[in-house]
Design a protein around this ligand. Structure first.
Ligand code: ZN
Length: 246
């Protein structure tokens, strides 16, 4: 079995399409670490695809807020505007799908899917200290997380936690070997709104039998995604940040 791992698509149809094309033929199932919606302007198209295309998903904080399961008060004004717009835009079926997304962490056979920290879906795992805490709460050696929009993650080996760096934008990187005695929190990065200074869509492919994880990037049609954001009347900053990858 080969898994395509997506996270933080955020209604960016152009980025999702580019990822699916780039990974075509290289996976057997598609998994998602949450945040289908928010920020970009194609929520219905993205959810329409996800409803049939995803094999498993955990909900993200934006999915929760747009579905009305959580309040807007923790969001900044830009995220609030995008959430309200998305809620108005969604079809009844897609809103219902969003409302019923399962809460993570979701334990698959030999790995885990989560949105934020395994113990709290809204918590960001950004530094070594937070990652060390998080390893206390995972039930399998390999966990995939999202939420930060930063590709990479953390490795725990002989009680030492290290950061997994995103691949070099120029040279790319070989797949990461999953060592039998180490534990991992892998972040595939964000499909629809990368924030690690690389504007290309981010994703991962997990090969459990070969014990490897490939962190990958693909360029997509940013201009079209930006034009849709402008046309929808969403805040300009949401278009600008797609180009800067920040
Ligand atoms: Zn997100």
């Amino acid at each position: 079995m080969r898994y395509l791992i997506l996270s933080d698509i955020h209604s960016n149809w152009e980025a999702l399409q580019a990822v699916l094309q780039d990974a075509a033929g290289e996976y057997d199932a598609v998994l998602c670490c949450g945040d289908l919606v928010g920020y970009c302007a194609d929520p219905n198209r993205v959810i329409d695809w996800c409803r049939s295309g995803l094999n498993a998903i955990v909900r993200g904080n934006h999915d929760k807020v747009v579905a009305g399961l959580d309040g807007l008060e923790w969001f900044n004004p830009v995220a609030q505007a995008a959430s309200l717009w998305t809620r108005r835009e969604l079809s009844a079926d897609n809103l219902e799908y969003l409302t019923n997304l399962p809460r993570g962490p979701l334990t698959m056979e030999d790995f885990v899917l989560a949105h934020g920290a395994p113990i709290d879906e809204d918590e960001y795992l950004t530094d070594i200290h937070e990652a060390r805490q998080a390893f206390n709460y995972v039930e399998r050696p390999v966990t995939f997380i999202g939420h930060t929009h930063l590709q990479g993650g953390f490795r725990l080996e002989t009680r030492h936690v290290e950061r997994i760096q995103r691949p070099d934008p120029q040279t790319g990187a070989l797949p990461i070997v999953v060592k039998p005695d180490a534990w991992y929190l892998f972040n595939p990065g964000s499909v629809g709104q990368p924030r690690d200074r690389d504007s290309r869509a981010a994703y991962a492919i997990y090969y459990p039998e070969e014990r490897t994880v490939a962190l990958r990037r693909v360029a997509y049609d940013i201009a079209t995604a930006q034009a849709k954001i402008h046309r929808a009347g969403l805040p300009d900053s949401l278009a600008h940040r797609l180009a800067s990858g920040r």
